[in-house]
Design a protein around this ligand. Structure first.
Ligand code: BGC
Length: 564
């Protein structure tokens, strides 16, 4: 009898997991705004909060449901906001606390959601907490950061930062060293100290009380380090990747066990606010299992975690097929993968694809029809390209750190060392400065010369543009539960390895997605399918499909399947 009850409960649980409606943040679409480059409303050459408010209708019209805004708290801007000096106020060049509230309210008035960027791992070295902590060994905040005595000759141990070089920095005031996982002016907070946790939980509550729908968590996998300060073991890996590099496996500093426990504690704070439900999206680096572990059992840690392995994608059907299969294996319901192909730190996606809009449409069709939350960096919907800005002219502190590298070496790399190159101002229209700021004002980064053709106004008036591709797919995804909540199954066509095909299904409907990853036309045999086109780069909506179908180079089709 007991066994029967257990089997029945398991059955009920399984059917609940497969049919329960997904939480809203699993079926949403996210648009990332880097405020400095989004829209300048007051003519000082940098974007601002009022600028975001002015463009909310554009985002809504494009079809995104949630925005994530990179940090705009008080900051000396050495890392353009990722160095926070006061979490509960706004940096004056971007706006005021009242404007931040207005932004939250205006987003909600449009039936959209907003994520703030929460930089928990570190503060600016100009944050009053750090200034106090650094002032002596016995002040009330002495233990709020990660301080250690040196080993007599130098830093306390061999820990390296994620960007190369020692992670320890000497402070003559304390005659001690502080730890910084990223840049030296971003000292790590000490989360082994309960006071620090409570202070940051209160920051989180401060914004949740004001209505924020959740947070993107900066560098979440470097939150806690080994309290015994053991050396990191040697590794042969030189180039930093995930949690290894500069010849060490960073197991005592990155993805450290206590960070997973911390994810659970932070989740409890979020759960204090269940109406409406809020969510956490972690910036974490690691293998699939590590990333999955940050989301616990799907309900007790972070709600979602980025998967960054596809940022440097290969535009090949086999590559995408394999990534889809891996994600389905590791992140079945109640988990949900997150798909991102660019952001404010990495190369613009179209520039990995010869700046070709046809390829960008292919990628967009994939991103907006795969099973996962799509996160789209501002300007990607327009096909904004990667700029070329020499290291010597960089404003990005990472590029400044590596400013000694010869430019020719930098140019040889597929990746960009200067993050300014993906942060150029959004191209709004054909007017001077691409409409980002007033004529006569010098924007903080140069506007890309392709703005007369690559801009929102021009693309919105051309139904064949990339913007319309995003628009139509976002609308389709919102309207069809199969696309935002359905299961995914790969479909193999014997003779067409270059076609990636999969279905998205709910009990009620099924969609077939066909993507031609090659520069040649490809024919697929659709004898076993029949349906009508609901989105395609080469066929009109409503076209009925059956029998053989030829997809042109990089052509895409989303087919709503009917009864056979
Ligand atoms: C952000 C970067 C930032 C770094 C330090 C990241 O991963 O995305 O832009 O420089 O954290 O906060």
């Amino acid at each position: 009898m007991r066994r029967q009850i257990i089997s029945l409960s398991i059955l009920l649980l399984l059917s609940f997991c497969s049919f329960a409606q997904a939480p809203w943040y699993h079926s949403t679409t996210i648009y990332q705004i880097y405020p400095r480059s989004f829209y300048d409303s007051d003519g000082d050459g940098i974007g601002d909060l009022q600028g975001i408010i002015n463009k909310l209708d554009y985002i809504k019209q494009t079809g995104f449901q949630t925005i994530w805004v990179s940090p705009f708290y008080v900051s000396p801007q050495q890392d353009h906001g990722y160095d926070v000096a006061d979490y509960c106020d706004i940096t004056p060049e971007y706006g005021t606390l009242e404007l931040a509230q207005k932004l939250i309210d205006e987003v909600h008035a449009r039936d959209m959601h907003i994520l703030f960027d929460m930089v928990l791992n570190h503060t600016s070295d100009q944050h009053p907490w750090f200034v106090e902590s650094a002032s002596s060994k016995d002040n009330p905040k002495a233990d709020w950061y990660v301080w250690q005595d040196g080993d007599g000759k130098g830093p306390p141990n061999n820990w390296k930062s994620m960007i190369g070089g020692a992670a320890w920095h000497y402070s003559p005031q304390r005659d001690q060293w502080y730890y910084a996982a990223f840049l030296p002016f971003q000292p790590d907070l000490n989360y082994h100290n309960p006071e620090v946790k409570e202070a940051m939980f209160n920051v989180v509550r401060f914004w949740l009380d004001r209505g924020v729908d959740g947070f993107r968590l900066d560098l979440f996998n470097s939150m806690l380090e080994d309290p015994e300060f053991k050396d990191n073991p040697f590794s042969w890996t030189m180039i930093f990747n995930e949690d290894e590099g500069f010849f060490q496996k960073m197991e005592n500093t990155l993805n450290y066990s206590a960070t997973y426990t911390f994810a659970g504690e932070l989740r409890k704070v979020m759960d204090e606010y269940s109406q409406p439900q809020r969510f956490l999206l972690g910036e974490v680096f690691g293998d699939y299992q590590q990333i999955k572990d940050y989301t616990g059992h799907g309900s007790d840690k972070l709600h979602l975690a980025f998967l960054f392995d596809m940022l440097a994608f290969d535009l090949e059907a086999d590559y995408f097929r394999q990534k889809l299969a891996e994600r389905e294996e590791y992140f079945p319901k109640p988990y949900m993968p997150v798909y991102a192909f660019s952001n404010h730190d990495r190369k613009r996606s179209i520039s990995r694809m010869d700046n070709d809009p046809a390829k960008a449409k292919l990628l967009a069709t994939f991103q907006l029809t795969a099973r996962g939350v799509p996160v789209v960096y501002m300007g990607e919907e327009l096909g904004m390209t990667q700029a070329r800005i020499p290291l010597k002219e960089a404003q990005d502190p990472l590029a400044i750190k590596y400013g000694w590298l010869p430019q020719f070496m930098v140019n040889m790399s597929d990746e960009s060392l200067n993050r300014d190159e993906c942060r150029t101002p959004v191209q709004w229209d054909t007017t001077t400065n691409a409409g980002f700021t007033k004529a006569g004002v010098t924007p903080w980064l140069p506007v890309q010369p392709d703005y007369p053709t690559v801009n929102a106004a021009t693309e919105m008036s051309d139904s064949t543009s990339l913007w319309w591709c995003f628009h139509d797919l976002l609308q389709l995804r919102e309207e069809h539960a199969a696309l935002h909540d359905g299961t995914l199954s790969l479909v193999e066509f014997d003779n067409s390895k270059d076609i990636l095909a999969y279905t998205r299904s709910t009990k009620q409907e099924q969609m077939l997605i066909l993507l031609n990853f090659s520069g040649k036309a490809q024919t697929v045999d659709l004898q076993n399918y029949s349906g009508k086109i609901v989105y395609s780069t080469y066929l009109s909506n409503g076209t009925l499909l059956s029998g053989n179908n030829t997809l042109p180079p990089f052509g895409t089709a989303v087919v709503q399947l009917g009864e056979k």
